[in-house]
Design a protein around this ligand. Structure first.
Ligand code: PLP
Length: 385
């Protein structure tokens, strides 16, 4: 029996060699591999600064802290995302609200965002920060969202956990052309991996410094930042209540090595998407649609089952029974019990809910063989015929 997961990492011998080098070195953490990976990320994204951290969730939290999100503030994100995109604001004590998706891209709709901003302005409830999520690896309409941010005075954190290697208007996602901070995750199902890991990239030095301070307990060893003269070579000061959100040198060595292959990975994912697009086009499914000015990193390949033709549950179960590890992305964040207790309900974001009810994520990872992909296509055709 086949076992094909929906996503998985690829680790080469060169990755292993780089990790082993660090294991034999003087630094397992807080060493040179961290800044090296940060510099490589900044260069890759063409952004000014990178701050790597223990995972994508802590990176999102650091980004919210850097933008002064706190109690009494409001943060908006997409309902069609992993819970961390909303939780990061809750960690800061802020209120969370959502903006419904576009039914074509499944990303936060810039039109819905504008409508909600007009209402929010009337009621004096404008968001401090908006977190657009580049779902499945395809950029949101960042130019439109950025224009609204200038009009309504909010900051932007791009949740690009799906999207490293993707492009928007011919620039790499992470250039922060239309945002304050962009966040990546390096979890093994994402485009490149460090095991667990995340990063914030920004063009703002002050934001980068603040995220670095909060990443390590709020502690500084830089005398210029101390309230008094240093008491000696051992001396450090804790200035604010920070966290231990550090990532290790072991993980960063893996990250640096994986980053060398990010473009190859995305090309391979594009090929797989092209094959799905071609081979599934005759089936009663809604295939993912791509915007003209974006190049997706293809973290996910999602299809929608037409409810008049079949049920998502049936398609999901039949594929799983055939050894195909399909998945569902995402159960809308506002419908989780935690968010329902905060007042959200079924019907609040109908396009996200409709999409969720019909969607299935098919296997998508760079080492998916053509044979395995053909098997997926064949099973799906059998189920839907
Ligand atoms: C994976 C993911 C995160 C969280 O990243 P972790 O590294 O798992 O903490 C946040 N947002 C989105 C959209 C993700 O897919």
């Amino acid at each position: 029996m086949k076992h094909i997961p929906y996503g998985r990492q690829h680790i080469g011998q060169d990755d292993i060699d780089e990790v082993v080098k660090v294991l034999k070195s003087d630094w397992l953490t807080q060493g040179p591999a961290i800044e090296k990976f940060e510099n490589e990320l900044s260069r890759y994204c063409n952004a000014g600064f990178s701050v790597v951290s223990s995972n994508g969730t802590t990176a999102l939290h650091l980004a919210c802290i850097a933008l002064d999100v706190g109690s009494g503030d409001i943060v908006w994100t997409s309902p069609n995302t992993f819970v961390a995109s909303a939780n990061c604001a809750r960690y800061c004590g802020a209120d969370v609200d959502f903006v419904d998706i576009c039914s074509k891209t499944y990303n936060m709709s810039a039109i819905a965002l504008e409508e909600k901003l007009i209402q929010a302005k009337k009621h004096n409830k404008l968001p401090k920060v908006v977190v657009p999520v580049h779902f499945a690896g395809q950029s949101c309409d960042m130019q439109a969202i950025h224009k609204l941010s200038e009009q309504y005075g909010f900051k932007i954190i791009e949740d690009a956990c799906h999207a490293i290697g993707g492009e928007y208007q011919q620039k790499k996602i992470g250039s922060c052309q239309y945002s304050d901070i962009t966040v990546f995750s390096f979890h093994p199902v994402k485009i490149i991996t460090t095991g667990e890991g995340g990063a914030c990239v920004t063009n703002d030095k002050v934001l980068a410094e603040k995220m670095k301070l909060y990443r390590t307990h709020g502690i500084t060893r830089n005398e210029e930042e101390m309230t008094t003269a240093s008491e000696g070579g051992w001396y450090y000061q804790q200035k604010v209540l920070g966290f231990n959100y550090r990532i290790t040198d072991i993980q960063c060595a893996l990250g640096s090595s994986q980053l060398k292959r990010v473009d190859k990975y995305v090309e391979k994912r594009e090929e797989i998407a092209t094959t799905y697009n071609r081979e599934l086009s005759h089936l009663p499914l809604v295939l993912p649609s791509q915007m003209g000015n974006a190049r997706s990193a293809w973290h996910l390949y999602v299809v929608q089952v037409l409810p008049e033709n079949n049920s998502r549950k049936n398609v999901f179960n039949k594929l799983r029974e055939s050894g195909i590890g399909v998945n569902v992305h995402y159960s809308p964040v506002h419908l989780h019990p935690y968010y329902r207790k905060l007042g959200f309900n079924i019907g609040d974001f109908p396009r996200s809910e409709y999409y969720y009810n019909n969607t299935v994520s098919l296997p998508m990872y760079p080492t998916l063989s053509l044979e395995d992909q053909r098997y997926v296509i064949c099973k799906l055709s059998e189920i839907l015929k």
